[in-house]
Design a binder for this molecule. Sequence first.
Ligand code: PDD
Length: 311
Amino acid sequence: MVAGLDDAALWAQDHADARGNQGDIMTRTVYVNGDYLPEDQATVSIFDRGFLMADGVYEVVSVLDGKLLDFEGHLVRLKRSLNELAMDNPLSDDDYLAAFRGLVERNALADGLVYLQVTRGNPGDRDFAYPAAGTRPTVVMFTQAKPGLADNPAAQTGWRVISIEDQRWSRRDIKTVQLLYPSMAKMEAKAQGVDDAWMVEDGVVTEGTSNNAYIVRNGAIVTRALSNDILHGITRAAVLRFAAEAQMQVEERSFTIAEAQAADEAFITSASAFVMPVVEIDGAAIGTGQVGPVARRLREIYLEESRKAAI
Ligand code: PDD
């Protein structure tokens, strides 16, 4: 609570902060099923299966200088997620692109994120069985302003992480909206005063709460191989491609927390954090405890190349 502010002013401050508008009360325009609406007029049914069953998938795409990063990769993964859940794809590729661009423009978004969610829609009641054909999927999109996203000061000092048991379901390759366990893991990290948690299953790291995990040993970049155990990160694919192009050695294999703690460097990748160095795991400093040269270089290459290819 800030002394002297009434409820309306506090609301405005919260919402302005969430959008990075620094106090300027501009109403965000969001997208719901083909309509562009002020955020306070956008609604979804209480019977929507995304709400009742977490029966929905999502994507997060970064925006730098008003342009979309890795848009095509995110679209390919969205369609794969829909397909794995036998969910109809309600829009064409061009429709998605037009809506993303429509939101970036309407919200004058320079740096930030576009969130997209597609659910199995509103069958008009609650039922475990999927609805019969004809129930239209729900499509929601909104922007999140993050001024200076690419210049996040955390990239200079690196994240500290803890390890935590991975208690998620076993189809983590599908980007569903069931994010309760990652939220719980993030809260545990916060409670311990650090930035994130690396999840561990059968003694080896799967991934971070919302990112893919890497270590660097003797110059080689090590990250878990793709399977149903982790999300197939779009940033991961790009970073491994750039690393190979820069003649860096890449090993796709599992690693333990002990191996990570003894590594020269560690880092994570995601659409919203790009390449973020990790300097401590469970209280143990990685390498020098400072941001290492490989993570620093990969972040530079990723930002440079993705800005070039942004649309
Ligand atoms: N999270 N692993 C998990 C579990 C994730 O949730 C994410 C992305 C990634 C990285 O994928 P990508 O490089 O395609 O962003 C890996 C997004 C950013 C989120 O939930 O906000």
